[in-house]
Design a protein around this ligand. Sequence first.
Ligand code: SF4
Length: 273
Amino acid sequence: MGGVTQTGEQCHVCPHRCVFTQQHPLGRCRVRGLGNPGYGMCIGLSVDPIEKKPLYNFHRGSTVLSTGPNGCNFTCLYCQNWYISQQESTAVRYYSPQDLAALAMEKSDGLAFTYTEPTVWYEYIMDTAPLVREMGGFVVMVSNGYVNEQPLRDLVSVTDAWNIDLKAWSNEFYRSICGGDLDTVLHSIKIVAESSCHLELTWLLIPGMNDSPEQINEAAKWIKNTTGENTTLHVSRYFPMYRMTIPATPVAAVYETVKLFKVHLKNVYPGNV
Ligand code: SF4
């Protein structure tokens, strides 16, 4: 896979398949580009309970050092972390794979690549995750699932647990709101579910956008048939952020949607309520 270092080279990490030139040295994610400038450049580090990732059924009660790159391959109009995913001005600091792995094990039980889209940090994770595991820790990925199959399989081989966003049951939503597509995300969920990694899913509930009973029912049936009725799903409450002004999801709507998912799935939890 290798870092992109030469002009005219194409990135194969996600379906955008950006080509880097002197005029356009960075990809859409602003992390990858000529010379792989985002390698090891970490936005704020914090130690979180594992449940905050959210992962409810993986190493319960443990803590995890969390960080991520300063960019994302999605442009979600409601991004809840837009100030680090969609802005270049965020402060970053370089940590070598050895330093980050050592810090994770000094401060917590493992390392989480999260906050923005970690798969665009492909080489950095491939270098860092094995070190954490050698030291006895675990590695978590919190991802939008918008990644090509081979890099995903590589990342799965060095990590332990994934939380993947399922943002809506609509290709049109993914295209117009996020700048991606649903089919790629579903394929990624399937690959992680078939691997030895633990998998949980998150559905951020946005009023009028992804809350119709038909959409919830279709998504729930797909999850049940693909990753199993025991799959853990978090229905998370949305707050207006970035370019979306729809008011926050009423708490009652989150609980209603939990009920709808529970028609097909056993482990559904409300989040952000
Ligand atoms: S990972 Fe980034 S640079 Fe690579 S194809 Fe996707 S958006 Fe472009």
